[in-house]
Write a protein that binds this ligand. Structure first.
Ligand code: LLP
Length: 414
């Protein structure tokens, strides 16, 4: 028997999956405000030090209303593009609470941040040159590759030997030389070793590397250690959450002893995305078909990879719940199935050979933990419409936080 996350957390409150789909269309991203705020608070208290701040990494989910809630919870923001800066400012974040951690951008895109007084982090020596030429005598941050990477898939490991990100840790002297040439102050060093870490080991190692490197930079005001904190996507198999308290304690010990030794009081930051938003959303969809192709059973749904690409892209696992007449289906017969979407590619699979209660046409399927890199990576492939996003508020009320697209949206740019 599988455990239902939605029941355990009272995710839908008084609402029923079928009613939500009738009201807002299928598929549908449903968010729960209680869970969102709880995760924001947990991570805000990650490291209990007055000079430690947490920036939410906007790329995980850039819904304006979600950004507003996270701002209310006191999180700062890390943005990756003009568009992410734009929506973050629209949500009310002040310039000194936004950090532009970009990669391979034009001078114009840097200027967009500089004009707004937003700190830029550059990601290579050539981007530092470009920044210096265009904005001499200013402050800037640089992204370091500490040589240690981590993550759930090689595509999301963002430091170490096989990644496009950051300036190699042994190139610090070149950074200093370019900074002198343009009269730049290196105000910050940042890194992000990768996405989805469930233990502290690699992260703490990389923190120590950055702390050590920082002594070469006399103008340093802050160090940002990146995000990457994972969530238990395999709850149905008993996966446990990351021990954030223990992790935070370890990190605090490292930071406080460094502060004591160096007698320096700078700002420390981290920038989690997934941890904050992933568990706050269930993606609902409908089952329209079931078939046996050779020796495999395919369940045909409207959740294609244009809606959620994580399995197609990384083989990522999401727990799945089945609802029939709005009741969770958990007892009775089980079978191994492949859950497919409605996109014209064989890779359009959401779950492979997954043992689930026998699924029937017209069942509703719920994809758990869909709040991070779900909507934000969705597309119009096959000219499919992006779904709506609806928020179940703490008082049980419903708020449409993004409308479902219409066919007219598809021809707006022509
Ligand atoms: N900071 C930087 C510079 C990043 O590149 C990222 C994520 C984060 C922070 C936040 O990482 P998080 O805490 O969310 O792990 N689409 C992939 C994940 C890509 C992460 C990209 N960078 C997925 O669905 O698993």
């Amino acid at each position: 028997m599988i455990e239902y996350f939605s029941e355990k957390t009272d995710f839908y409150k008084q609402h029923k999956p079928s009613e939500l789909l009738s009201a807002y269309g299928s598929p549908l991203y449903v968010y729960n405000e209680d869970i969102l705020r709880e995760r924001a608070r947990q991570i805000k208290n990650f490291v209990n030090m007055p000079n430690f701040t947490v920036s939410y990494s906007v790329k995980a989910n850039c819904n304006l209303h979600i950004l507003k809630i996270l701002k209310e919870e006191g999180l700062h923001a890390d943005a990756m593009s003009e568009g992410e800066i734009f929506v973050t400012e629209q949500a009310g974040y002040e310039k000194d609470r936004i950090f532009f951690v970009c990669n391979n951008v034009s001078a114009e895109e840097m200027k967009y941040a500089v004009d707004r007084g937003i700190m830029v982090s550059v990601d290579s020596l050539s981007q530092l040159e470009l920044y210096g030429k265009n904005f001499p005598k200013t402050k800037v941050a640089v992204r370091i590759n500490p040589g240690i990477g981590a993550g759930h898939h090689k595509k999301v490991v963002t430091a170490g030997e096989a990644t496009k990100f950051g300036i190699n840790i042994d190139k610090a002297n070149d950074v200093i030389r370019i900074a002198e040439k343009y009269n730049l102050k290196i105000a910050g060093l940042n890194q992000h070793i990768g996405s989805f870490i469930m233990t502290s080991t690699e992260y703490i190692k990389s923190v120590k590397e950055l702390l050590q490197l920082s002594s070469l930079f006399e103008d340093i005001e802050f160090l940002d250690f990146g995000g990457g904190f994972g969530i238990p996507y395999n709850k149905q198999q008993g996966q446990q959450p990351l021990d954030l308290k223990q992790f935070g304690k370890e990190l605090k010990d490292v930071l406080t002893s460094w502060q004591k030794e160096k007698k320096k009081n700078i700002l420390f930051k981290c920038e989690p995305g997934r941890f904050v938003v992933a568990e706050s959303s269930i993606l609902l969809g409908k089952v329209y078909a079931k078939k046996h192709n050779y020796n495999k059973i395919y369940i045909g749904t409207d959740i294609g990879f244009s809606v959620l690409i994580r399995h197609a892209m990384y083989g990522a696992h999401h727990d799945i719940e089945i609802y029939r007449n709005d009741k969770p289906v958990k007892n009775g017969a089980y079978e191994f199935v492949n859950i497919a979407g409605n996109i014209c590619e064989s890779g359009d699979i959401l779950a492979e050979e997954r043992q689930l209660p026998v699924i029937l046409e017209d069942d509703i399927i719920g994809v758990m933990d869909a709040g991070a890199y779900g909507y934000s990576m969705s597309s119009n492939y096959n000219n499919r419409l992006r779904p709506a996003e609806v928020l179940i508020k703490n008082d049980g009320g419903l708020q449409v936080i993004r409308k479902r697209e219409t066919l007219e949206d598809l021809i707006k740019g022509f």
